[in-house]
Design a protein around this ligand. Structure first.
Ligand SMILES: C[S@@+](CC[C@H](N)C(=O)[O-])C[C@H]1O[C@@H](n2cnc3c(N)ncnc32)[C@H](O)[C@@H]1O
Length: 380
């Protein structure tokens, strides 16, 4: 299978820290994949939050894969926090709480890092000193948006949005005060092709055709701001305030109640730095019952999409599940691949519940390799 290495993996964006937090809703992932204690999961690393969060569902094993080794170094660093720090230290180290002791805390993490991760973080002390959760390029982009909104809409209006505690007043506020021409203009400008390509690398969008990015993404964001409880939406708090309110309004892997459970399971994650296309060509890539593919198909052309689906079908157990997002394209599994049964109603429902800003499409499939075999026999 041809890989994307020439186009995407070689883009500058993918040689640095792109995502310090995951911009996908763990609650959606939990309901979509329905991970249980018999599961072997293949999950895209990105910021690492979702792979770590999946440990809470008690799977047998998780392989967390990313073509960008730096994303995996971040995952290692986050996992090391569970091994080497206590809960308040972890929040200070990652940047949630103010601290001038991060480099000292890093000393406690060193024994829990691989040589390559240790080398990377030792060579980038600034990323640690300033709170690693704030250092991803995508996070910077979102923070810039938050800053722009503070300037143009005013701090008070943002505070008013975030302090809602019931949906009726939140909706009224959105309809009457928030959804102004100014909001639409700022949003459409900031999430235009021109600005997004500057921050995220044009390689992200090389396969997107004929859409106006801003209005399409804004439709989903308006729904999040208007119809989903803002008081439990840690994604929106992160963008607008650069912090999490705490308690349950933060990613599950950072919640105090989950700390000991995750700590006892961190060794169930195996980290792989490789393109998923080449990973599947290895004989010992293993079998999986759940696949979390983030939005990697946004960057994969139709031909390679089909090849990857075939690899998934080959490495899937009975009744496996695959889920993925799309940002500006929409890729649906071709009908010819009968191993995949689309779970469209549930996927649509989950997309409506997705609290993270951005994704316009979400797909969920049940995967049964047997039906692929049956089809092959039928074809003969
Ligand atoms: C798909 S991106 C999107 C992240 C998401 N928007 C978020 O905020 O969490 C997540 C990760 O996928 C990785 N990735 C993209 N294509 C890949 C591939 N073909 N194989 C392995 N990893 C890939 C990128 O390096 C990136 O770290």
């Amino acid at each position: 299978m041809k890989t994307n290495r020439s186009k995407v993996a070689s883009a500058k964006f993918f040689t640095k820290l792109g995502y310090s937090t995951c911009w996908e809703d763990p609650e959606v992932l939990k309901l979509a994949l329905d991970v249980n204690d018999n599961d072997r999961v293949l999950s895209i690393t990105s910021g690492g939050d979702l792979s770590i969060g999946l440990l809470l569902e008690n799977p047998l094993h998780i392989v967390s894969i990313d073509l960008n080794a730096v994303q995996n170094f971040l995952l290692e660093l986050k996992l090391a926090c569970f091994k080497g720090l206590e809960y308040p230290e972890m929040l200070s180290f990652l940047g949630i709480h103010p601290s001038n002791k991060r480099l000292r805390l890093f000393e406690k993490l060193k024994p829990h890092l691989s040589c390559s991760a240790l080398t990377y973080w030792s060579q980038h002390p600034g990323l640690i000193k300033n709170g690693v959760l704030f250092q991803g390029k995508q996070d910077h982009y979102f923070f810039r948006f938050g800053e722009l909104l503070r300037v143009f809409s005013g701090r008070k209006k943002i505070e008013a949005l975030l302090t809602h505690k019931d949906l009726f007043t939140q909706k009224c506020f959105f309809d009457n005060l928030w959804n102004s021409r100014r909001w639409r203009w700022i949003f459409d400008f900031f999430f235009s092709k021109m600005i997004m390509s500057r921050y995220m690398d044009p390689a992200h969008f090389r396969l997107v055709k004929d859409v106006r990015y801003g209005p399409l993404i804004r439709k989903q964001v308006d729904h999040v701001l208007r119809d989903l409880p803002i008081w439990e939406n840690y994604f929106i708090h992160w963008v607008l305030t650069k912090s999490y309110p705490g308690g349950a309004c933060m990613p599950p892997y950072l919640q105090e109640n989950n700390f000991e459970t995750i700590r006892s399971r961190v060794d169930r994650i195996t980290i792989v730095s490789e393109e998923i296309e080449t990973f599947f060509t290895r004989k010992n890539s293993g079998t999986f019952s759940k696949f979390n593919f983030s939005n990697i198909f946004d960057w994969i052309d139709d031909h390679n999409f089909t090849l990857l689906l075939q690899s998934i079908a080959k490495s899937a157990c009975q009744n496996a599940r695959l889920c993925y997002y799309n940002l500006l394209r929409h890729l649906v599994v071709p009908d010819t691949l009968t191993a995949f049964k689309r779970k469209h109603t549930l996927a649509m429902k989950l997309l409506r519940q997705n609290r993270a800003m951005g994704y316009t499409k979400f797909e969920l499939y049940e995967v049964n390799p047997v039906s692929l075999n049956r089809r092959r026999l039928e074809d003969k």
